[in-house]
Ligand binder design. Structure first.
Ligand code: DC
Length: 212
């Protein structure tokens, strides 16, 4: 079983994916982390994440240990991720790993949950469950602000909103695998839903599909 969860930044994909994976006994892959680690690798080496050659080389050199860096959670890494993710060579370099994880999750797991931007449209077009999670840009910016403050980062609200809009625009307008719902995706708007309510709706949808 493969569950694909896509949507814009801070829509609650990670929280939902993690909870579904724990509940169902499935393995979880945060694919955004692969792009963040790629972008961060370029930035840390003093490079430009929009330079296709540097970005692709970083994606090809990615090491599992790179995924543990705390800096990947920050907004600088998020912006770098959004930039390298527009480079087709980067997407191609990360595709095989994501597909292998989806189809052959680590031992002991009954399936896989992947979250990202193109899981239902490109990485796992055959996934039986596809969920596209959205929320208004204002509520997503508010959630991101709270999350940053929880981590002790004193962010400026207008700046967080602006970053979110820039990232949405870049992720939706890139030529290769732009952010959009798959034709067969279940749309779940979390603007007025907390994590518990979103989980309940998503699980209900999955159980309906599993029952045939
Ligand atoms: O989900 P996130 O915020 O960690 O993602 C960071 C960036 O990585 C996002 O702005 C676009 C890119 N990304 C992507 O292009 N495709 C994915 N499957 C996941 C993330």
């Amino acid at each position: 079983m493969i569950i694909a969860i896509d949507g814009p930044a801070a829509a609650g994909k990670g929280t939902l994916a993690r909870r579904l994976a724990a509940h169902l006994g499935y393995a979880y892959l945060d694919t955004g982390l692969l792009y963040r680690a790629t972008g961060w690798r370029v930035v840390a080496a003093g490079g430009d994440p929009e330079d296709p050659a540097a970005a692709e080389a970083a994606a090809r050199a990615l090491d599992p240990a790179d995924l543990d860096a705390p800096a990947l959670r920050g907004d600088e890494a998020a912006q770098a991720a959004s930039k390298v993710s527009a480079v087709p060579g980067v997407r191609a370099a990360l595709l095989a790993f994501q597909r292998a994880f989806a189809h052959h999750p680590p031992a002991g797991y009954g399936g896989a949950v992947l979250d990202g931007r193109d899981i239902g449209t490109v990485v796992c077009r055959d996934a039986p469950v596809k969920i596209f999670l959205t929320a208004s840009v204002d509520s997503r910016a508010e959630r991101r602000l709270k999350e940053l403050r929880r981590r002790g980062i004193d962010a400026i609200p207008a700046r967080v909103l602006q970053d979110m809009k820039e990232r949405d625009e870049r992720d939706m307008s890139r030529a290769d695998a732009p952010l959009r719902p798959a034709d067969d995706a279940f749309l779940l708007d979390t603007t007025d839903k907390d994590a518990d309510a979103a989980f309940a709706v998503a699980l209900g949808h999955i159980l309906k599909i599993a029952a045939g």
